[in-house]
Design a protein around this ligand. Structure first.
Ligand code: PGA
Length: 238
């Protein structure tokens, strides 16, 4: 594991972009595992403002709310289109289909992941240590599945909706096993509210109670943190 602590989110975006650029320079048809949420936005800005072309690359996203179609402004399809794809075209992009029934949605996405092994996966982390929508207690062996979102996650995500009642209660997510299969993983976290999840994930016991703790076992994990998110790490306290 390699941990880089930076002064600002913007600097983190530049740092993360170096790895994405390197992957595309090595293989223009790389498969990028992408994430939604506020964390990767700084990376997407770097990608958009760069002269790197992604027209041969494939993007596969972590998750989608059940019941929201791609035109819904709070869907993750829409988020990705708006934040990245409409500015920087990819050869093809995949997000789980929230309009499909459980069985079909899962099979479709597992097939997509099988056909497009991820070269580099970008991750944020939830305040409870979730990755994708894999909430505490999710099996480390999980592949794509339907999840019941925790109260904590629904609360964190209500900022994007008119009211908490509008936040979907279920989602389809890539599983932890699927995430761990990526050749390289870039985990980013910013702000004091992520400090506890970061220390538990990177220095704590590897346990399904803290989904991101499995990342300690990944052979090529890069962690990019601001000082606040890193503040509970023992290395930062010395
Ligand atoms: P955030 O969410 O990037 O909006 O903080 C991360 C997550 O919940 O995985």
């Amino acid at each position: 594991m390699q941990i880089t602590i930076v002064k600002s989110k913007e600097e983190a975006g530049k740092e993360a972009f170096k790895y994405v650029k390197e992957a595309i320079e090595k293989k223009e048809d790389s498969v990028l595992g992408l994430a939604t949420g506020s964390t990767p936005e700084v990376l997407y800005e770097e990608m958009i403002n760069s002269d790197v072309s992604f027209t041969e690359a494939t993007a596969v996203n972590l998750d989608e709310y059940v019941g929201l179609d791609s035109d819904h402004p709070q869907s993750y399809h829409y988020f990705m289109e708006d934040q990245l794809f409409k500015h920087k075209p990819f050869k093809q992009t995949f997000v789980p289909d929230g309009t499909l029934g459980e069985e079909e949605a899962i099979k479709q996405y597992d097939d997509i992941l099988e056909q497009h092994p991820i070269d580099i996966q970008v991750l944020g982390i939830g305040v409870n240590g979730h990755i994708g929508f894999n909430e505490p207690g999710t099996s480390f062996d999980s592949t794509t599945h339907k999840v019941q979102l925790t109260e904590e996650t629904i609360n964190s995500n209500k900022r994007y909706f008119d009211s908490i009642d509008d936040v979907p209660k279920t989602a389809y997510t890539m599983g932890i096993h699927s995430i761990m299969k990526a050749d390289k993983i870039i985990l980013m976290a910013f702000g004091k509210e992520k400090a506890q999840a970061i220390v538990q994930s990177l220095e704590g016991e590897v346990t399904e109670d803290v989904p991101a703790s499995i990342l300690q076992k990944h052979p090529d994990l890069v962690v990019i943190l601001d000082e606040e998110a890193a503040s509970e790490l023992s290395s930062a306290k010395q």
